[in-house]
Design a protein around this ligand. Structure first.
Ligand SMILES: [Mg+2]
Length: 207
């Protein structure tokens, strides 16, 4: 008797810039303090906020402010549509999906618990969440180091440098096609990185 085991692809799914509207939530904080423009994810032109008229000091202030706001991440608005969350919820019950985030600390509950609760609020029951160690404050993350312990077949991301870090290690990436994601470095790794929207990424994940 020959047994054939086929395992579904493990997918890493990022949260901010993929499922959650972080750019709005963050730029709104800065707007209330400095009068700078409110920017939605679809309007962000460059990953580096200082290329959009936000100073390094304002940027740093934003993350200091987040540290004082109870459950900032729990209050973050959605970016994905209700239909897309339904699709993810259905898929997460039969496919291994890890929600991987490098969110910075806020007051209140831990980033892990806020993110679990937020995903549950979007209808995703008992989500598997990993908070990668280096806090995501617009810089690099250590998300790609997780492949020492996990073997993702697909990564859904919006951070161009994180996408490249996975691609360099041979992991395919569905990179959200926002104005800030199409960098030269991304194009240089186009064998592993596909610029697409969330529905196309979920197709790739088999969701
Ligand atoms: Mg992100």
């Amino acid at each position: 008797v020959t047994y054939t085991f086929t395992r579904p692809t493990l997918t890493f799914c990022d949260v901010d810039g993929v499922l959650a509207e972080f750019a709005f939530a963050f730029s709104r904080l800065l707007h209330l303090e400095f009068g700078t423009p409110i920017t939605y994810t679809r309007e962000v032109s460059d990953w580096a906020w200082d290329k959009q008229g936000i100073t390094k000091e304002q940027f740093a202030w934003g993350f200091e402010r987040i540290e004082t706001i109870p459950d900032f991440w729990l209050q973050c608005p959605t970016l994905a549509t209700p239909e897309q969350f339904k699709r993810i919820a259905d898929a997460a019950s039969r496919l291994p999906i890890l929600f991987v985030t490098a969110r910075a600390p806020s007051a209140g509950d831990s980033v892990y618990h806020q993110t679990v609760r937020w995903l549950e609020m979007q209808g995703i029951a008992e989500p598997l969440v990993i908070v990668s160690k280096r806090g995501g404050m617009g810089g690099g993350t250590d998300k790609a180091d997780l492949i020492e312990h996990f073997n993702p077949g697909l990564v859904i991301e919006d951070a161009p440098h994180t996408a490249v870090a996975f691609a360099r290690r041979g992991v395919p990436v569905a990179l959200m096609d926002w104005p800030y994601t199409s960098t030269d470095d991304v194009w240089a790794h186009s064998g592993y990185i596909k610029l697409c929207n969330l529905d196309q990424a979920l197709d790739m994940a088999g969701a």
